[in-house]
Design a protein around this ligand. Sequence first.
Ligand code: ZN
Length: 324
Amino acid sequence: MSDWVSFSEIKNRVTLEQVLRSYQIDWLRRSGLHQYRGRCPIHQGQGTEAFHANLERGVFHCFACGAGGNVLDFVSAMEGCSLREAALRLQEAHGDRSVRTPWVQSGGTEGRKLVTKKREGNPPLGLQLDLDRRHPYLVGRGIDATVADYFGVGYFGGRGLMSHRIAIPIHDPGGRLVAYCGRALDGAEPRYRFAGGFHKSQVLFNYHRARAAGQDQVIVVEGFFDCMRVHQAGFPNVVGLMGARLSAAQKDLIADQFSSVMLMLDGDQTGSAATTEIAAELRPACRVSQVLLPPDMQPDRMSADQIRDALRRPDERRQTIGAN
Ligand SMILES: [Zn+2]
C-alpha cells in the first residue's frame, strides 16, 4: 500500500453509494430525491430513521450518535480508524481509475431501495475488511494460521454488519469477493449473519479455489468451518453449500466443473436426508459417492486423520468415528 493519499481526490472518486454497498448496507430506504434513511450502521441502534444519507452530496448524518460527514468520515467511523487510514483503504480498494466495478453503474434510481438488486446476482464488494486472522476463536475451532490466511477469515473489530464477528469472505465463481458471512463468537443471534442483498444460492463457498485445484472430484460439505477443516486435512477440492440444500445454480456450478462428487454432509437428520436428496439430483450429471457420518458428527469436529479416513472409504454407513 502506498503511503501517499489525496483526501480530495478520494472524495471525488469514491461515492458514498459505493462505500455503503461495500459495507453491504442494504436496508436504507429512499426518503427524497437523493436522500436515504434507515438504521445507523455505525452505532447500530434500534432507531430505523436515525441515519440519513444524501447520495448526491455524498454526506451522511446520524441523529442518534451524531456521526456525520463524507465518505472518509464514514469509513473512519465504521473502521474505527483515522481519516488518513480511511483514505488509504479507499485508495487501495478503488485504486485503478479505469476499473469500475459493476455496481457503480447501476443507474435508474427511481423508487428503488438502495443496493437491493432485482436480478439474482452478487455484485463484487469494493472494500476488503481488515481482519485479525490470529483470533483465539479460530484457534479454538482448530483452524491453522496458514488456513486462516488462505481463506482470508478473521475477527472484525470495526463497526457494521460484521462487527465483533468472525468474517468469512465469500467469492463468486470468478473469484471476486461478493460478501462476508459473520459468525457470532458467543451465543449472539443470528449465528451466521449475511447481508440482506446476498444471494447464497448463486455461489458455493470456496468454489473458485476448488476449481483451481484442477481435480475431477469435488468434496461437498455444509458449512464454512467444515470446508476449512477438510481443506486443512489436505483436500483443496472442497466446497461448502452454506446450508443443507443444493440450489439449481449450485448444481450447475458443480456439474460444469467436476465429473465426480463426494458428499460429506453433517451426520444429523437434516444432513443425512439432504445427502439422499442431493445425491439423486446430481447423479444424472456426475458420479456421486457419500460419506455417511454418525448422527453426532460433522466434518468440522473431526480430526484431519478422521477426515482422511472417511474420505478414503466412502459409501459405508459409519456407526462411530474413532481416532484409531
Ligand atoms: Zn448512529
